[in-house]
Ligand binder design. Structure first.
Ligand code: UD1
Length: 314
């Protein structure tokens, strides 16, 4: 499969940079737009097939230049959960206005467009009362959830009015190689591995009994590629998750075991303002029906992440 020319917004972030690496052999050219607010320039491979724009997705001149060329758009760029809480207007401008702008300009400027993939989030489920949570559920309490969910709605609008070929993926707590501790907003998995490496206690916000559905990066990337290639996925929303819960304490224990620590060193701190989710577990059957397979459970994913971290040290 060759994807031709593609745009990856947020291509310097964790998920974005791993998608760039995966798509490099599968495409003719990759355009990346990333403002490096949390992404990292060095995460992008140096390759003549990549054009990098260090700017916001709301820069219309860049969109006008790039969008006429592309066959596929992978829209990953966003302000994250914590940043969004601290600056609702910024969240609105990037996550919602930026998303709308991209949809509007793709519709008018990208005649060759075969797919617009939008990576949304399990955060649209808030503290769900149905577990595993199906795609039909929502519970919007935080600015990040509001802007990401609203952009999903605009995806549907552009699909309905203009037949724009959109697919929405709701990703759940993706972790693995490429998740960098240099990003202060990185996820708990990278933080716990870093504590283990430095012989420091892992900091648990709250009692640690809260659960998440941790998804290994390779499984998330497979979902993105699959969703981009299946006609059936046009106009659809899919959860990307393992369908299994792991508590934060269990995560700390797993990581300690994999790192070969003799005991699990923990320290407890107050919950963050954004910590409103006690349990997260997403129903992934719709994506499985599309042909996806979750290949890594938490132990396998963490073991591979540890191997990647070890390789980085040598
Ligand atoms: C994550 C994503 C968010 C995404 C959402 C749904 C990250 C950074 N954020 O939010 O973008 O929309 O999942 O996919 O990946 N915790 C600790 N100690 C720490 C760090 C975190 O105890 O040092 C706890 C948190 O309080 C929380 C859990 O671990 O209960 C997960 O936190 P985090 O990795 O930040 O992810 P989410 O908040 O779930």
């Amino acid at each position: 499969m060759n994807f031709g020319k593609i745009l990856i917004t947020g291509g310097a972030g964790f998920l974005g940079s791993q998608l760039v690496q995966k798509m490099l052999p599968l495409s003719d050219h990759i355009y990346i737009i990333d403002d490096l607010s949390t992404g990292n320039r060095s995460s992008i491979p140096k390759d003549s097939k990549i054009t990098f724009y260090h700017d916001s997705i709301t820069n219309e001149d860049i969109l006008d230049e790039v969008l006429p060329k592309v066959d596929y758009i992978f829209h990953l760029a966003c302000k994250n959960l914590v940043l969004s809480y601290n600056n609702i207007r910024d969240d609105f401008e990037t996550n919602l206005y930026g998303g709308l702008l991209l949809l509007q300009k793709s519709q008018s400027l990208s005649p060759k467009l075969k797919r617009f993939i939008y990576t949304s989030t399990a955060s649209v489920y808030g503290n769900a009362t149905i577990l595993p949570t199906p795609e039909s559920y929502y519970n919007i309490k935080l600015p990040y959830s509001a802007s990401k969910f609203s952009t999903e709605h605009y995806c549907h609008v552009y699909h309905h009015i203009y037949s724009l070929p959109v697919t929405i993926l709701r990703l759940s707590n993706v972790y693995g190689p490429g998740q960098l501790i240099s990003n202060p907003y990185c996820g708990v998995v990278a933080k716990f591995f870093d504590s283990a490496k430095h012989g420091k206690p892992m900091t648990i916000f709250g009692d640690g009994k809260q659960t998440r559905d941790f998804t290994y990066i390779d499984d998330a990337l497979e979902a993105i590629v699959l969703a981009a290639t299946q006609n059936k996925a046009i106009g659809q929303v899919y959860n990307v998750s393992t369908g299994k819960e792991t508590s934060v304490i269990e995560l700390a224990e797993e990581i300690s075991g994999i790192c070969g620590l003799e005991h699990v060193a923990l320290q407890f701190g107050a919950k963050r303002d954004v910590d409103i989710v006690q349990r997260r577990c997403l129903d992934n059957n719709k994506l499985i029906d599309l042909g996806w397979k979750c290949t890594n459970d938490i132990h396998s994913g963490l073991t591979k992440t540890f191997a990647w971290l070890k390789r980085g040290e040598t």
